[in-house]
Design a protein around this ligand. Structure first.
Ligand code: LCS
Length: 392
């Protein structure tokens, strides 16, 4: 079934063939840790790769495989791999690509724990990195060293929502034989498919829009078959950050409504952005869908829509930001994003608290910066809640 249909159809059908599962409409959950062999010799053949079939759920599970096939199809990739969290995916990919003495070039601005991981592998294994804006070809060419193995980017960047030109990055990287890894969490394959712009590996915190209901923590990776097989047999198998069959099933279910959910998230965000721009207590609205945004043209080029996240600064500092959040009535104060509920968080003290202050400032994360993950509620209710809290 893979590849035949349009995106909206693929989110529902790809990766699952009901005929092979007693015509069950919903995909079954193979809640098993291991798989039995008819004979000792059959087991030997499976381990040797001479006979197809499952062995042990850390090495592969049918429900998880359905999800891996579906996400690969949606990202237009050859293959996919599922993990127990977004960070398990990020670490397995980086551990696969680099070794001691290598260098990673990274977007100036990444999720706080990705920043923490880069620091940890620098301190423990001597894998160096540079965080740079990556907004011009000359700057990237100058920053590439003889030991640079990976360019790692988020676009949109968490939480400033700056964009990076995927085509530009991949053209520079290709010349030098460097792999480009894109964290596509904020966009999902419905809004942006980095492999189509020449990038090599795409990963997700599937905890967010892909799950979409705030009830699962998961990660996904897609790439060419060789790369995925290699990660599956090395950093996934031996470090072991795998996804459970039930969580894979939740994600298969979540994906079925991804396009309609994303359309609503995006439409709601546009309406709220307009209102935020008009409010006198709001000083700086960060949203790549506005013409005045430095990322506007990149959004037009590589995204179907700029997404459902908005960051903004308000008059004042940390105290004013926290006061505003404390006066919200419907909107929930929580990290994570991409859920049905509108969520709000304060990056400087929450998702990016691990990033040292100086580094945070360079990333554009001020004390008055607030990140909103626009939910699926009526946008008027979202705005009315924000407005009354701003007035207070
Ligand atoms: N990549 C991005 C862009 C993220 O935003 C996150 C989590 C991760 C990777 C890690 O994924 P996880 O292991 O949590 O599934 N971002 C969070 C956030 O912004 N608020 O809470 C978590």
């Amino acid at each position: 079934m893979k590849g035949k249909h349009r995106f909206e159809t693929k989110t529902i059908h790809d990766g699952y063939e009901s005929k092979s599962h007693h015509n069950s409409l919903a995909s079954p959950i193979y809640q098993t840790s291991t798989f039995t062999f008819e004979t000792a010799e059959a087991g030997e053949k499976r381990f040797a790769g001479e006979e197809p079939g499952y062995i042990y759920s850390r090495l592969g599970n049918p429900t998880v495989r359905m999800l891996e096939e579906r996400i690969a199809s949606l990202e237009n990739a050859e293959a996919g791999l599922a993990f127990g969290s977004g960070m398990a995916a990020v670490s397995a990919v980086l551990m696969h690509l680099v070794k001691s003495g290598d260098h990673i070039l990274c977007s100036e601005g990444v999720y706080g724990c990705t920043f923490g991981l880069l620091k940890m592998i620098e301190e423990k294994f001597g894998i160096e990195h540079d965080l740079l804006p990556l907004d011009s070809m000359e700057q990237i060419q100058q920053a590439i060293r003889s030991n640079t193995k990976v360019i790692y980017i988020e676009t949109p960047i968490n939480p400033t929502l700056k964009l990076i030109d995927l085509e530009m990055i991949s053209s520079v990287a290709k010349e030098k034989g460097i792999k480009v890894v894109v964290d596509n969490t904020f966009s999902t394959p419905y809004l942006q498919r980095p492999l189509e712009f020449g990038c090599d590996i795409v990963l997700h915190s599937a905890t967010k829009y892909i799950g979409g209901h705030g009830d699962v923590v998961a990660g996904l990776v897609v790439s060419d078959q060789g790369t995925i097989t290699s990660i599956a047999k090395s950093t996934q198998k031996d470090i072991g950050g795998i996804l459970s069959p039930f969580d894979a099933w939740l994600l298969l279910r979540g994906l079925k409504t991804l396009p309609i959910r994303m359309d609503r998230h995006c439409a709601n965000a546009r309406s709220v952005v307009e209102k935020l721009n008009e409010h006198s207590a709001v000083t700086n609205v960060m949203y790549p869908g506005q013409e005045e945004s430095p990322s506007f043209l990149i959004a037009q080029k590589q995204m179907k829509s700029p997404g459902g996240l908005i960051s903004f600064e308000i008059n004042g500092g940390k105290q004013e930001a926290q006061n505003f959040m404390n006066h919200l009535r419907m909107i929930k104060i929580a990290v994570s994003l991409g859920d049905a509920e509108t969520l709000i968080q304060h990056p400087a003290t929450m998702t990016h608290a691990v990033v040292p202050e100086e580094e945070r400032k360079r990333m554009g994360i001020s004390e008055s910066l607030i990140r909103l993950s626009i939910g699926l509620e009526a946008w008027e209710d979202i705005w009315e809640d924000i407005e009354q809290a701003l007035e207070r």
